[in-house]
Design a protein around this ligand. Sequence first.
Ligand code: NAD
Ligand code: WQD
Length: 339
Amino acid sequence: MKVLVTGGAGYIGSHTTVELLEQGHEVVVIDNLSNSSHSVLDRIKEITGKSPSFFEFDLCDEEKVFNFFESEKNIDAIIHFAAFKAVGESVENPLKYYRNNLSSLVNILNATKNYPSLKSFVFSSSCTVYGQPDILPVTENSLVKPAESPYGYTKQVGEEILKSVSLQSNFPIISLRYFNPIGAHHSALIGELPNGIPNNLVPFITQTAIGKREILSVFGNNYNTPDGSCIRDFIHVVDLAKAHVVSIERSIKKQNKSNYEVFNIGTGVGYSVLQLINTFIETTGVKFNYKIVERRAGDVEKIYAETTLANTELGWKAELNLAQMLLSAWNWEKYLGKN
Ligand code: NAD
Ligand code: WQD
């Protein structure tokens, strides 16, 4: 297959590109490098021995998107990762998020309306669409709650756009709702590259453990959970990457049950923030400082996925455990420290 990966130089896109190349697919990456760097493409080559074709431009540029699909023929599948993802920044600058995340999606869909070879479109959605769920674990039919942030709203609207487009499109569309992706490739050559001070838990932990940050703040220990800290469904980024490959295969083999499908992509197991910290220390043998502080505004108390639909329909299951996720994140942080 020839697969277009937008945002392929980013965190999840680069791991997915590796999986696709390793399975013998041809990969074309579009990325404007707004949150990534060209060196990621070199490291993909180092891991796989193969290079994806690379186009550097902004998907919000409608003309460039049209020209791309005019010149690049025979794409079988598109995985659309490209988007901004910082929840807090989206509250401060909502239009930046509406413009980037929605116009890039609309431009691609518009340019591929009559694109003959396209047989599959996969979209990066998020568990953020569920807000704080009433019943756990969340299934794909759980209520989509009013978005807590403009970022979350772009995922809800993105899904609605795709649902309506799927009524006319001659290619099936799949939205994957990721839970909390963490970890890095086992080679430690690619991983997450947070910009500035990390918002997310695991990059903050690894940066504290290596000495880049002084202390981790744990946001609240008075939640209604066994140890009082929040619960999340952490998933290894390589498992997540594999879910994209099987999603494309499902569409290509015409195994889809409808033209628009949604799957939760998590492990189905919830771990608390404090459990994760303890697992990191036990697995790596590295201690670091942390303190309990006030709750962070907007955090949901607990969420984890019901993954039966992805298990049965996609034939996919997360394989790597929390210790493996954290060890790979730590190896990546150590690699960054040396390079
Ligand atoms: P990332 O920032 O590492 O990767 C996104 C890539 O897209 C970057 O390389 C960036 O340069 C590129 N990009 C952004 N806007 C672009 C544009 N207009 N034109 C071309 N390239 C553009 O993010 P990620 O963590 O890999 O996330 C990938 C997708 O998954 C995003 O849609 C994100 O919202 C979604 N998602 C991420 C998480 C998470 O926790 N990481 C969870 C759920 C959903
Ligand atoms: C996890 C837990 C924090 C940092 C975010 C987005 C969500 C999705 C995934 C894209 C929470 C706690 C964190 C720290 C802490 N992304 N924490 N100290 O908020 O579950 O989800 O990424 O779609 O939309 O909101 O992930 O890693 O920020 O936090 O105590 O320094 O760790 O309070 O309970 P979150 P996270």
